[in-house]
Design a binder for this molecule. Structure first.
Ligand SMILES: [Zn+2]
Length: 83
């Protein structure tokens, strides 16, 4: 079951205005274990702390989305995959 580490947005050199309502950044709630849980084969984790962001999802089903890590609060970016 492949696991991919999500890159912090800072490391990508992308500027994100967290107050911009056009930009979707998912922020977790206390007690959440991941943002998505599905029946696929791909798991995404935080590159900084290893916290699970999306568990068992279909690769490519989600993308172009920002997440505030549930573990360390770093902003992570999940790109769109074409394959
Ligand atoms: Zn983290």
């Amino acid at each position: 079951m492949p696991t991919y580490a999500l890159t912090p947005i800072e490391d990508l050199g992308i500027e994100i205005d967290r107050n911009d309502p056009e930009i979707a950044i998912l922020v977790g709630k206390p007690g959440m274990e991941s943002f998505f849980e599905g029946g696929g084969e791909t798991t995404y984790v935080c590159a900084d702390c290893g916290t699970t962001i999306a568990a068992n999802v279909e690769r490519g089903a989600i993308g172009n989305m920002g997440f505030e890590c549930l573990g360390c609060g770093t902003l992570l970016y999940l790109p769109v995959y074409d394959d």
